[in-house]
Design a protein around this ligand. Structure first.
Ligand SMILES: [Zn+2]
Length: 120
């Protein structure tokens, strides 16, 4: 069933038209907490280009795990922002003034900073 009503995304709204799927859906709002990047280089990790080609040939992982990893990095490298289960962290570093809204229909993530939707 398609809903043709359009409600522009708005800060603190519980329901609006999703910029990704275009449908009117309930939104789940998430607070953000931060953790310092902890890999040896101290900068965000990306596996792309030659590194991704090497990963694709890595025989340490079962094919289905390798496929998941490659799919993950392809999403990240394409600029997508999405929720992913990762190791649990304990932090009290709260990101004030920034929130995420998640569409209950398609799970697309929107970034809000200063109460404004961050356009990507
Ligand atoms: Zn959606």
């Amino acid at each position: 069933m398609s809903n043709t009503e359009v409600i522009e995304p708005a800060f603190q709204s519980q329901r609006f038209s999703c910029p990704v799927c275009g449908e009117l859906h309930d939104q789940v709002w998430l607070n953000l907490y931060a953790e310092q990047v902890s890999n040896p280089a101290g900068v965000p990790l990306r596996i792309e280009g030659a590194g991704l080609e090497m990963l694709k040939k890595n025989s340490q992982f079962p094919p289905e795990v390798l496929e998941q990893k490659v799919e993950y990095w392809n999403k990240v490298n394409s600029g997508e922002v999405f929720l992913d289960r990762w190791a649990s962290v304990t932090t009290d570093l709260f990101v004030a003034g920034m929130e995420l809204s998640v569409c209950r229909g398609c799970m697309a993530v929107q970034i809000w900073a200063g109460g404004q939707l961050v356009q990507r």
